[in-house]
Unconditional design. Structure first.
Lengths: 378, 378
């Protein structure tokens, strides 16, 4: 952690490393080779002399390596898991060496669809090859090798991040002492695939979705991506959180029983706002690449069967579910834990009790800190 | 029931009646007047001399008056609630006089956005006024008045149909002995509104959504309506039914880890198929009109508070929920029943146990017949 305290904000800087290049390209699951592959990551805390205190945090669909603290004094928001990472939190830089790397195929400093294709001089866009969660795990492992971290105290991640956690646990059984997949399962369910598909169809419906605008040929993010996010946002929350927060509160000035295309209710306006926010920071190519990777996620791939894959796991597995999760249902994660236990894998199930649905892993920090602290102290 | 048995298929014919005209227009909740208002309905069985065996069945969002039996010997499918209506079923034409009318604002023979506006000579399209569930209930009541049915043994309906059932129970307390709202609540929740809004946005995103094609200026139903249906279909099913039916079954010929825009998994293809099927029989104007009516549904409207509205109910209320419903959650319906009981309204809760989610009310006929039969015999 390159830190510089200014006032109360601890500042951190991302680092970038080229892990694969033309002489050593990344061979993807799809068969294609990708080079160069740059990875952006952040670290908080210091690696112990025994190199035994490293914890890898893995981000979700639209996340980045910026997991905690601030990049600049002007930043309004800290990193996405600031509630779990920090002094006296479950992941404490005073005790742990915490790493977070932007995933392969993302757009926040790691090679992905908005990176420049060296063979054309333009961004990849729709030509970026299909990547899988296995490829993402492979690149995370390559980063650990580069940093000379042979073993992790823990790997922890939520949603797509949990998928990467599962894949690391299966593909690299000796890597981690403990793995903590949160609100994410060993394979994408038909329900997850269905929700990702309607989001992608929203993008395809936007007539301009695959245009590249401006001199840098950056992707045009428009109403298609916005709608994709609006759909996904419903699945990230729950009927309870929506009811608590919005109920049937109307938009001011919209007559009851009136027609018109604009939002009548606060909950609609909230979804529009969330859609607009994503459009300002994301792009449709990356969205499609990453949701396809989610869909294709299945730890069985490459091992013949789920049992063959799961039997490889040597780490302690501490699954965390969310009682109101409407994307990765708690009953599904409990079934996965039972399956692991039947195979003799050390596996436990903990649960966030929350009205907030899937996104509770980004919100319920009181409970999450207690659960993760207890898991790491086992 | 005008019936004509040919082989094993009992044939029925819809009837049409003009309930409101220029001299007696329908004054809508939005303040506008609508005329003419034609209503298409079907009946099965005969009204008893005491006129005390009438049961009104109310259809859901994209349903019609065709609730049971067949229109022609060539029809492959009978009406939408054929599993509940028929000889020896809970609603038996030998004992009950069963009615089902196409709802106001729909497109199957009752006045709605695809009807011809007499003032322009063209179909209403986007100019059709906003209608509410209260207006729909009003028109159902007008049909009963026309048929000289002063009192119903029961009113029963699912989803949007349940909303109409609730509204009839509140607005016309003396109308029904028993009301059976299935998988639908006293008001649209923020969750329901959210799902309807993303479906509408899918329609708006289709660049041709509001074009009227051909000499009859019929609405163009395209990919926007298709996507709206795909989104809604997810909410009508459950993660369990999708997993049971599709799991991670792939489409033939799509390579694992491959890219491409076409469906990789069976569940995606299923959603596309469902979307295409609706496009062949529905239109975006009607979809928007009816989802807006759903959103605006709140029995409190017009009575000051939910309690004031619910206290009006004189019928026995037999709510039926579905344990895996991901649109109208069982815990919400149980809470409504508790609320009614607290107000002294005779209310009970029954539940369909099903993997199928919201659509279980169109599928679990074994359980549904048992529940409804027991309710009607109370």
């Amino acid at each position: 952690m390159e830190k510089l305290a200014t006032g109360e904000k601890v500042l951190v800087q991302p680092q970038v490393v080229r892990l694969f290049d033309e002489e050593n390209p990344l061979r993807l699951s799809c068969g294609e080779e990708l080079s160069p592959v740059d990875v952006t990551f952040e670290t908080y805390g210091a690696l112990s002399p025994q190199r035994d205190n490293a914890v890898l945090a893995v981000h979700a669909l639209t996340g980045s390596a910026h997991a905690a603290f601030w990049h600049s004094p002007e930043d309004r928001e800290p990193g996405w898991w600031h509630g779990l990472i920090g002094p006296d939190k479950a992941l404490d830089p005073a005790r742990h060496f915490i790493l977070c790397a932007n995933l392969l195929g993302s757009r926040y400093g790691t090679t992905g669809p908005t990176s420049r294709n060296p063979r054309t001089g333009r961004i990849y866009g729709p030509d970026f090859p299909a990547v899988t969660v296995r490829d993402m795990a492979r690149v995370q492992k390559a980063l650990l090798d580069y940093l000379e971290i042979p073993r992790l105290q823990a790997v922890i991640g939520g949603s797509l991040g949990a998928m990467v956690v599962w894949r690391l646990a299966v593909d690299y059984p000796d890597l981690a002492e403990t793995v903590v997949p949160i609100a994410g399962d060993i394979a994408a369910s038909a329900w997850v695939i269905a929700l990702n598909e309607v989001a992608r169809q929203a993008i395809y419906l936007d007539p301009h979705w695959n245009e590249l605008a401006g001199p840098n040929r950056l992707p045009v993010s428009g109403p298609g991506l916005k709608l994709a996010r609006m759909i996904a946002m419903i699945s990230y929350r729950s009927e309870i959180s929506f009811q608590n927060r919005f109920g049937r509160e109307r938009m001011p000035g919209v007559p009851a029983n009136g027609g018109g295309d604009s939002p009548h209710f606060q909950v609609e306006s909230y979804l529009h706002h969330q859609g607009d926010k994503l459009v300002a920071r994301f792009d449709p190519f990356t969205y499609i690449t990453l949701t396809r990777a989610m869909d294709e996620h299945d730890v069985a791939r490459g091992y013949g069967s789920p049992e063959a894959a799961l039997s490889r796991i040597a780490a302690q597995v501490a699954v965390i579910g969310i009682d109101t999760d409407r994307l990765f249902f708690a009953h599904e994660l409990r079934a996965t834990v039972a399956r692991l236990q039947k195979l003799g894998v050390r596996a436990s199930y903990g649960e966030l009790r929350s009205p907030h649905g899937h996104d509770a892993f980004l919100m319920e920090f009181g409970q999450l800190n207690r659960l993760v602290r207890e898991i790491l102290e086992r």
